[in-house]
Ligand binder design. Structure first.
Ligand code: G3P
Ligand code: CA
Length: 248
């Protein structure tokens, strides 16, 4: 049953459907998100880029080459160009590897329009200019309490630190941000790579930032990380990973 609750009040662990559960559905498509929500997932993960005329597009890569019948960098093309292209399977041709017809490339507004308050949106801002636009669109669509914005860039998150939006800073091996800096930027949530050391994850937990770990697809890894105190996972198949337990 779909409700209009804000699912951020669920207890940990949370299981994020990474790019819409990309091991079982074509990544970053409306069809993927629809299936995730129908199956009870309440944390869909999306990546957002911006076109040269300021439209927010849901796509992981900087360029269209890997997943669509278009090419060029998203930042170099117009929203009209995006609308004329489709998400296809580059290996199998007309049909995607999951057996679906070619899909439209979604704009973030399409995702908010279709799913409204039926899910939480874990949105990664992939470029320097998009975070504030994502907030503005979410407020316009009245889903601001249902989004969390994630970024590897602390300055990008700092720009929206007073907007009352849930923020997650992502760490990779090159990220030098301290937990103190994260607190100063109103960061509430933290994401890190599964290659992080056990000591680092324990420190994050002690500092009040139990991490969400990307990208976790085996129950062995899940159980090991839960033992360290993590808050949840980005998973390419959250249904398998969570099994009958956990909030997803
Ligand atoms: O957003 C966290 C995680 O998704 C980072 O990996 O898939 O965006 O490269 P990705
Ligand atoms: Ca992401």
């Amino acid at each position: 049953k779909l409700t209009e609750d804000n699912f951020f009040n669920q207890s940990f662990p949370w299981y994020f459907a990474h790019r819409g559960a990309k091991n079982i559905y074509q990544e970053n498509t409306l069809l993927a998100y629809e299936n995730c929500i129908k199956r009870g997932n309440r944390f869909i993960e999306l990546d957002v880029q911006q076109t040269n005329d300021g439209a927010l597009v849901v796509m992981h890569d900087d360029t269209m080459d890997r997943t669509t019948n278009g090419n060029w960098a998203i930042r170099g093309v117009s929203s009209n160009y995006i609308s004329t292209k489709s998400i296809i399977d580059k290996v199998n041709g007309e049909h995607t590897q999951f057996g679906y017809a070619p899909q439209m490339i979604p704009f973030l507004v399409d995702v908010f329009t279709q799913f409204g308050r039926k899910t939480n949106y874990i949105i990664e801002s992939k470029d320097r200019k998009s975070a504030r636009k994502i907030v503005e669109l979410a407020k316009q669509m009245r889903v601001q309490d249902y989004i969390m914005i994630q970024s590897f860039s602390l300055p990008d998150l700092e720009e929206i630190k007073d907007e009352g939006i849930k923020l997650m800073h992502l760490k990779n091996n090159a990220t030098m941000t301290t937990f103190r800096e994260m607190r100063q930027a109103n960061i509430e949530y933290f994401g890190c790579n599964k290659s992080s050391t056990d000591d680092y994850i324990r420190t994050a937990v002690e500092e009040g930032f139990p991490p969400f770990v990307y990208t976790v697809n085996t129950r062995y890894e899940r159980d090991r990380l839960l033992g360290l105190g993590v808050a949840g996972f980005f998973s390419d198949d959250p249904f398998y990973l969570a099994g009958s337990s956990g909030n997803r």
